[in-house]
Write a protein that binds this ligand. Structure first.
Ligand code: ADP
Length: 446
């Protein structure tokens, strides 16, 4: 195991990684921007290094500053968390050149899977169902129209380099496809400096289901079951759960095995999430791989009892996954609500500010992953997520009841949060029946 690592991230995930390090006897060094200089979690690290002003481009996204901090702190490895540089293959390459272990996949695997056109090809080679669409990149509008007529409308134009829901446009006919193609290309070029597009059939009323996978350097790959992340707003997940409440055992096994085939085909090492859409008839289609730990990983930790961050460290340090698939069990039901500093009544506008009152819920089956506390300032510079509330119970009904009870206990004042929106969703008869799709919030919560 490493003796000392650097955490190139902030907030709750930085704290989550510090905790895993300390339980493993590893020293944790954190970097922080001037906006986070008074953050309490920074004081829990064994060393903390300021890397610049609040703007992410000058701090958490600034590769030379992070590498300098790693060299000054004399660490053996860097954990990138999620967001920021977590899926930046160039950063992983620089770490390697500097002799620092990147706690994640190789840059080669990241390049292969980061490009969605190439990821679709890997999926096809691994006999994993992909959404019907173009075999590769589409050159121009005429080719897009030809493919759209072959697969049938509606279709979705997507950016090969896409992420965060950007560079995607839906088209319902030849006329709207013209506009959609131009808009997707412009957005992809602006956001990713890469205008490569491909086309997929637009799946109607899908659920989002993803499989957690770990793979080690000795080519062992294991899955840790699925998470259902159908409750999203503008492609941003808000409530996640495991197991997926509508999957039968046979489909679930097929889905998990498909995810394993894909990561093995990509010669992937470390933690990955393989994302699928599930249609009304329970057909699943691969959409993308997230080559990092995800925000919603605690849901899987609660139902499997495995600490995924510790596994990431062990795998990066060269340990093998000394487990058999049949030893990874799934117990009960876990739910996660993302508590964002946003005002659901004002179209989820960010709501930064000082927290004057903070009382976290507790009790049986409740886990709170957060770096915030009474008296702390929620900065406007970064993502608005300030806490994750996770519950674990024997049944979905009990999990919903525990979550509602915990959300009602949670006091965060005076800033607005997504707590009331989560409560409303959890009480909705369609959520209770699991009769939802990815448009639920937009369509039903108005
Ligand atoms: P990003 O990397 O930008 O997050 P994804 O490919 O993961 O993009 O897609 C994000 C979300 O967009 C999915 O969870 C789903 O809600 C929707 N989506 C993507 N592709 C399709 C499709 N072919 N049909 C229907 N919805 C889709």
């Amino acid at each position: 195991m490493f003796s000392r690592i650097l955490i190139a991230n902030r907030g709750e995930i930085a704290l989550r990684i510090i905790r895993a390090c300390h339980e493993l006897g590893v020293e944790a060094v954190v970097v922080f921007s001037q906006a986070d200089k008074d953050a309490e979690y920074v004081k829990l690290a064994d060393e903390a290094i300021c890397i610049g002003p609040p703007a992410a481009a000058q701090s958490y996204l600034n590769i030379p500053r992070i590498i300098s901090a790693a060299e000054i702190a004399d660490v053996e490895a860097i954990h990138p968390g999620y967001g920021f540089l977590a899926e930046n293959a160039h950063f992983a390459e620089i770490c390697r050149e500097c002799g620092i272990t990147f706690i994640g996949p190789s840059p080669e695997a990241m390049y292969r899977l980061g490009d969605k056109v190439s990821a679709r090809e890997i999926a096809r080679n691994a006999r994993v169902p992909v959404v019907p669409g173009s075999d590769g990149e589409i050159a121009d509008e005429n080719e897009a129209i030809k493919i759209a007529n072959k697969i049938g409308y509606p279709v979705i134009i997507k950016a090969a380099a896409g992420g965060g829901g950007r560079g995607m446009r839906v088209a319902h006919n030849d006329i709207s496809l013209h506009g959609a193609f131009a808009a997707a290309r412009a957005e992809a070029e602006a956001a990713f400096k890469n205008g490569t597009l491909y086309i997929e059939k637009y799946i109607l009323q899908p659920r989002h289901v993803e499989v957690q996978v770990l793979a080690d350097k000795a080519s062992n790959a294991l899955h840790f079951y699925e998470r259902d992340c159908t409750i999203q707003r503008r492609h941003q997940k808000l409530i996640e759960e495991s197991p997926c409440p509508v999957l039968d055992e046979a489909t679930r096994e097929e889905l998990c095995k498909a995810a394993l085939r894909l990561v093995q085909e990509a010669e992937y090492v470390n933690a990955a999430t393989v994302e699928f859409l599930l249609d009304r008839d329970k057909n699943f289609y691969f959409i993308e791989v997230n080559a990092r730990i995800q925000v919603e990983h605690p849901v899987t930790e609660m139902v499997t009892g495995h600490d995924l961050i510790k596994w990431q460290l062990k795998i990066a340090a060269g340990q093998t996954l000394d487990l058999r698939q049949k030893d990874i069990t799934h117990n009960g039901v876990a739910l996660e609500c993302r508590i964002n500093a946003e005002d659901p009544r004002r179209n989820y506008a960010p709501c930064p500010g000082t927290i004057t009152k903070f009382i976290a819920p507790g009790g049986m089956g409740v886990r709170v992953d957060t770096h915030v506390h009474q008296g702390c300032v929620v900065s406007p510079y970064y993502d608005s997520m300030i806490a994750k509330l996770i519950v674990h119970q024997r049944t979905r009904e009990e999990a919903i009841a525990t979550m509602k009870r915990a959300l009602r206990e949670f006091r965060i004042e005076p800033i607005k949060t997504t707590i009331p929106a989560c409560l409303e969703i959890l009480s909705h008869h369609l959520f209770i029946k699991s009769d939802v799709d990815t448009s639920f919030i937009e369509q039903k919560m108005g």
